[in-house]
Design a binder for this molecule. Structure first.
Ligand code: ADQ
Length: 468
């Protein structure tokens, strides 16, 4: 049986003897991919140390082996905080004004990709299939090819691929495009992402379309397809159904009394539109004064990337916005926005989603957005809540029955909140049913299987040289 080698920036090594894996989207997705394969998961340990060893540390956990490397402070600064999170992340999310490009950061990004490739190459066996994840590792296939690795290498991009005019503002854009074309299969979240990258390769690198998503780029064949990522529907459903026994959930529900709950759950990131959403909620209370005291908005937002200045700035902005709105609208017996920055275990989140009449998922731009899917799956079939979803989240393509909104327009979002709160049960059920059925069919297992089937096919069929 072929072995699956997964490569991602961070590796979630489970505790010895325990089954616990961090519940983040990538960890769940990778676990799913390993159900059908024995494998190896390679990437950064999460540790930053002076003079890190270039030899990976190997850890065995049953069918999966983990190989992790440490980063030096300079690597971490340039590769991770710098180029990946201050150049690629904002540009891929259409935030041109936030893109901070530096040549030394880019050199660090290339250096770490080279170091990863060298450390990984020695572990690769001839029959391995390699699946690389996310924007930290765009040049990894080129580096591996340079070391003679001829195995099939797939890449999945978890975030949006922007329009060419946006992507090309990166000073390294063509270099990055040439690099990504060294993957055999490139998976993106949505068809518009596929269109954007394909056009970009055709226009900038004179790639030749071969049909069926395949392209010839500099004499090499690659294939680009959308694979919208799903969630662990069975696990999430079960967690939501059993959440009533959880103390945090029970106490939150008791505290609500007759009040209706609006919920937002996001990593603290400017792509998620948290302050904009708060302003929309403020707008809602301004134009629906009779709802003051009847509705509470809970925003759960763990901090992330705190070493990146833009995230510190955002944290201040959100704190101020919450303070201003609560100060202006709140009463001694009612606080309109409850803002918490703790991460919560999955069962608690599932229970809170279920308790909320409205799920507010309004990113300014998002590759997919798993929270939207989790909210839908957590609802009860008796009395489902309503999802208000940004049309700029990849998830909007699979959830068209949600109330789709433009997150830049706080009047529109405020109106959607009103519509959601007043929506009769019949319409809520009618909208929810097709969404939950689609989520169940197109879950994380479906996603991983589709990607792997395509990558396996590549080995047997697509790699034959094209007939001229
Ligand atoms: P993220 O930007 O991290 O992922 P998202 O898809 O919403 O965004 O996933 C976040 C995950 O973290 C969800 O599973 C959510 O439940 C969890 N989470 C959020 N807040 C939490 C809290 N307080 N406590 C515990 N868990 C919390 C990137 C891309 C997305 C893409 C995913 C997967 O930016 O567009 O959907 O990868 O491909």
């Amino acid at each position: 049986m072929a072995r699956l080698v997964i490569v991602s920036n961070r590796v979630a090594v489970p505790e010895e003897g325990g089954k616990a894996v961090a519940a983040g989207g990538l960890a769940v997705a990778v676990k799913e991919a390993f159900t059908a394969y024995e494998g190896l998961w390679f990437g950064w340990s999460g540790n930053v140390v002076e003079n890190p060893s270039t030899e990976p540390t190997l850890i065995d956990r049953g069918r999966v082996q983990y190989a992790v490397v440490d980063l030096s402070p300079q690597d971490h600064r340039e590769y991770y905080s710098g180029f990946a999170n201050r150049a690629l992340w904002p540009i891929m999310h259409y935030r041109l004004g936030l893109g901070a490009f530096s040549r030394s950061d880019y050199a660090g990004y290339q250096r770490v990709n080279r170091t990863f490739a060298r450390a990984l190459a020695d572990l690769i066996q001839p029959d391995d299939i390699i699946w690389v994840h996310d924007y930290h590792l765009l040049p990894l296939a080129s580096e591996l090819r340079g070391l003679g690795i001829a195995n099939p290498i797939g890449y999945f991009h978890h975030i949006p691929w922007p329009a060419a005019d946006v992507f090309n503002t990166l000073p390294a854009s063509n270099d990055l495009l040439r690099g990504i074309a060294d993957y055999d299969l490139i998976g993106l979240q949505t068809d518009p992402d596929v269109h954007n990258l394909t056009r970009n390769l055709i226009d900038e690198l004179r790639a030749i379309p071969l049909g069926g998503g395949s392209l010839m780029v500099d004499g090499r064949r690659t294939r680009i397809r959308s694979f919208p990522i799903g969630i662990d529907v069975a696990g999430f459903k079960e967690a939501a159904e059993n959440a009533g026994s959880n103390r945090t959930v029970r106490e939150t529900m008791a505290g609500l009394r007759t009040r209706k709950l609006l919920i937002g759950v996001d990593r603290l990131d400017y792509s998620k539109g948290v302050p904009e959403r708060m302003e929309a909620v403020e707008r809602f209370f301004a134009s629906n004064p009779d709802q003051r005291g009847n509705v509470v908005y809970l925003q759960i937002t763990p901090k992330s990337r705190t070493e990146v200045p833009e995230y510190e700035e955002l944290s201040r902005e959100v704190n101020e916005t919450v303070g201003e709105i609560n100060g202006a609208l709140g009463e001694p017996n009612w606080t309109p926005i409850q803002y918490v920055t703790k991460p919560y275990p999955r069962p608690v989140l599932a229970g809170l989603y279920r308790a909320a009449r409205v799920g507010l998922v309004t990113p300014m731009r998002d590759g997919m957005n798993l929270v939207a899917k989790e909210y839908v799956v957590a609802q009860s079939d008796e009395d489902p809540g309503v999802l208000v979803l940004s049309k700029f989240a990849g998830a909007a393509r699979q959830l068209p029955e949600a109330i789709l909104v433009n997150p830049y327009d706080r009047f529109e979002v405020a109106e959607a909140i009103r519509t959601a709160l007043y929506m009769p049960r019949g319409e809520r059920l009618e909208r929810w049913k097709p969404m939950v059925e689609r989520m169940t069919r197109e879950d994380v297992d479906w996603w991983a299987r589709n990607f792997m089937t395509d990558l396996e096919n590549f080995r047997t069929v697509e790699r034959e040289p094209p007939r001229t």
